[in-house]
Design a protein around this ligand. Sequence first.
Ligand code: SF4
Length: 506
Amino acid sequence: MFYFSKSKYCDFRQCPKIPWLKKYKPEEYVIDAATQAKFTTGNEVGDLAMGLFGEFVEVTAFKPDGGLDLNKMKQLTRQALAEGRENICEASFDYQGLYCAVDILRKNGDGYDIYEVKSSTSPHNYVYIIDTSYQRYVLEKCGVKVKGVFLVTIDTSYVFDGTLDLNKFFKITEVTPLVEEEIKTVEENLRAAEKVMASASEPAVGLSESCNSPYPCAFFGYCTRGIPSPSVFDLYGMHFKQALELYERGIVSLQDVWNDGKCLEGGKSQGRLRRRQVEYAVEDRGTYVDKTGVEEFLKTLTYPLYFLDFETIQLAVPRYVGTRPYQQLPVQYSLHILKADGTLEHREFLGRPEEDPRRALAERLVSDIPDDVCVLAYNKSFECSRIKELAEAFPDLSEHLLKMRENVKDLIDPFQKGYYYNRNMGGSFSIKSVLPAVYPDDPALNYHNLEGVHNGSEAMELFPRLKDMPSDERAKAEYDLLKYCELDTYALVKLYEELRRVSDKS
Ligand code: SF4
């Protein structure tokens, strides 16, 4: 018997090889912290949406081992349908091995409407139509009369006033006509999927736009294992589609790129940086320094230097009054202060998730950073946007905050403008690429050596959970958050020192 679920069906529609690899080579599936956080958010939003239409029955059931008890869920669904329940959440169906659970099945006259809940802010994603078409197909095969299909997404214009209003938090979009078109393809796709899944041979599918759309594929590392690294997919400023075109023309390694030459063209600055990336990789060169450029940048800075970095959270379901879904909320910062005599001081702030951390953070920020000093951030638009939002939220602090914002300089500039390049940066100027390229052997500057939090996504996921932790676990998590953020600004100090070093060299 052929067993399939809606997530496998959606995977199959992205690329036939995905469900096959998940079944036969699951160890190759690489999921990052940001994707995992999206799944967690999806579950939270799904739970919340159950109450969207008032009273409901939820048929979720678990086996003793913690897995979903699908048989029980199907039986409870049949019971709820027989009782004529208005709203059935996780309504579960199975047609000859084709399984699906509907987020909300809502009675509509002599039939039902399907409501699919997404933690996304936009209904405009064709995967949702593929997903709901499969659901409708299974339900109709099970004898359910489906009248309409709707997507439930999050409205980012909603402002939380202390009581969550589900009718304003969610927005509902009807997609019945799109589903009516797409459903015509379901049967044929399922026949093709059955063949693929029954075969023990890996499907012969090459790289395509599906590897990056609608989502970056978790098997990309596996499927590109045979190609040289770095490759066209690592070129600076190159869109996936452009890289794919080169790949299909047989231009794969950076040596191929160098030989072709044409693909090094681009915008003036982009083309120059891409050419340097390829040249330094192919010729195995070390570090490039444009001393004049570095000096010009350093001349714009004045001591004492304030190296600043924020950590933020983006809650799908707003928790603090006056905030919106997915609003970037600064909850933590690290600040290193470097004086002209070389003295280095560290300050830091970490909010408490039990209350809106922004007011306390803004007060500490204005007390830690005078409004007339030179502030350095890495990719400053992020820090500047957060400071501006704090100024808007707290008018009594806005004058100081806005002056501070005007004084922010961007430490990414000398790297992104090509004044300093090291081949180990590859095609990225993110701090996570630049730092290990400049300081490859310093364990104190290695994010992998941190104990608990290694990147912004992990910090973002951890902070909201602090409130539910026992005190010893919370103390450890807070320590990890502080250490991670501290390394972010210490890294900036070290990059600044490196720029100084190369500019001082005669
Ligand atoms: S990386 Fe591309 S080819 Fe490989 S499974 Fe994913 S989508 Fe398919």
